[in-house]
Design a protein around this ligand. Structure first.
Ligand SMILES: *Cc1c(COP(=O)(O)O)cnc(C)c1O
Length: 374
């Protein structure tokens, strides 16, 4: 079978083409390329969708993390606890701001931060915890928020992969991914679950003062034009991207459903397999399946990937190396071998195609191809 893709952005576009084309042309016609009305319209719409008090748009998901840490006034030398099994952006901004990343383990079942490892990592320099809602489901927020509260730490949720996931606390109350900690950050990179047609990102918060601080940092450190109270950055969501996102947001729930349907089919096909472990769903979180990631058991993962490639089935390794083993991030405190779960996962995970436009025919072909390896 030809032309199978990890993500089918073209098919998704064609379903809403006339609407999106018009929205983009409208922006061009208005020539309101920077901070046009669609930017505010989109942040208002996303606020309503998530039920969060403030959505502050910015240029990308990496900026969102950086602006969050700047807005919390974290200072060089402050320690930030996060996971090494993540996309590098999470740790990059920590290092860039001369903060100290302190890596802890992920749970090998759900791939998210092991909350029981947090306390041992806390020192008097610790200021924040950054859980990553990896692959589309929430980390164990109840436990993470409890430790953070006990030690007076900020929580920044990296929600780049999990917009739309919902977490249920043990008292029955619900929280949206990104809206439970002090600040949540997300990315609208094209292949993310709510993707635009270029770069984009946003921060979420329920705290009015923090919202003001986030806006100020993202806007050259100014509240009043040409009056720069602090050192900020320039990070804006383009109006054209906001216009695209306004068209796509009403479809986000159906996009999540479509991804979940693919995941359900994969689960069913591989659940009993002796050499494949399906991704474990956290019973407290819904899963929006940014990625569908299998863990290989007792087989050569790279041989499986090569075999699938020859059959025309693309796969990805998210992530081949944990951050603490990356050349730019090596640190004596986190020697190779020190985070065994994270390192094992990097050697054994494989992500299958998952997107909103998967046909039954392609899905069955992928499943049969995987099974025929054995
Ligand atoms: C994509 C991603 C980011 C960064 O988003 P960009 O918009 O590409 O800067 C950050 N964290 C995680 C976990 C991501 O997947």
């Amino acid at each position: 079978m030809k032309g199978i893709q990890m993500v089918d952005l073209k098919g998704q576009y064609h379903k809403i083409k006339s609407e999106v084309d018009k929205a983009i042309l409208d922006v061009i016609e208005q020539t309101a390329f920077i901070q046009g009305p669609q930017v505010k319209q989109f942040s208002d719409a996303l606020q309503n969708h998530l039920g969060v008090k403030h959505v502050i748009p910015c240029a990308n998901g990496t900026d969102a993390l950086q602006i969050a840490m700047m807005a919390l006034d974290l200072q060089p030398g402050d320690e930030v606890i996060t996971t090494s099994y993540t996309y590098v952006a999470t740790c990059e901004v920590i290092a860039l701001l001369q903060l100290v990343p302190v890596f802890i383990e992920v749970l090998p079942d759900t791939f998210t931060m092991d909350p029981s490892a947090i306390e041992a990592a806390i020192t008097e320099k610790t200021k924040a915890i950054v859980p990553v809602h990896l692959y589309g489901q929430c980390a164990d927020m109840e436990e993470i928020l409890a430790v953070a509260k006990k030690h007076n730490l900020f929580v920044i949720e990296d929600t780049a992969q999990a917009i739309g996931a919902e977490y249920t606390f043990s008292d029955g109350t619900k929280g949206q991914a990104g809206c439970m900690g002090h600040i949540g950050t997300t990315s609208f990179f094209p292949s993310k679950n709510l993707g635009c047609y270029g770069d984009g990102g946003a921060m979420f918060t329920n705290d009015d003062a923090l919202a003001e601080q986030l806006r100020m940092v993202a806007n050259h450190g100014q509240k009043v034009k040409y009056h720069h109270d602090i050192v900020g950055v320039n990070s804006r969501l383009d109006t054209i991207q906001a216009a695209v996102l306004l068209c796509k947001l009403p479809h986000l729930n159906e996009y999540s459903d479509a991804r979940r349907a693919v995941a359900d089919a994969y689960d069913q096909a591989f659940a009993q397999h002796p050499h494949l472990k399906i991704p474990v769903r956290n019973s407290k979180s819904t899963h929006v399946f940014h990625q569908y990631t299998l863990t290989c058991q007792g087989i050569d993962r790279d041989a499986l990937q090569k075999f699938l490639q020859e059959k025309g089935v693309p796969t990805m390794i998210y992530y081949p190396l944990p951050v603490h083993k990356q050349a730019g991030y090596r640190n004596a405190k986190f020697a190779p071998g020190s985070l065994a779960n994270s390192e094992n996962l990097c050697q054994n995970v494989i992500s299958l195609p998952i997107h909103t436009e998967m046909t039954e025919e392609v899905l069955q072909y992928i499943i049969q191809s995987v099974l025929s390896f054995f």
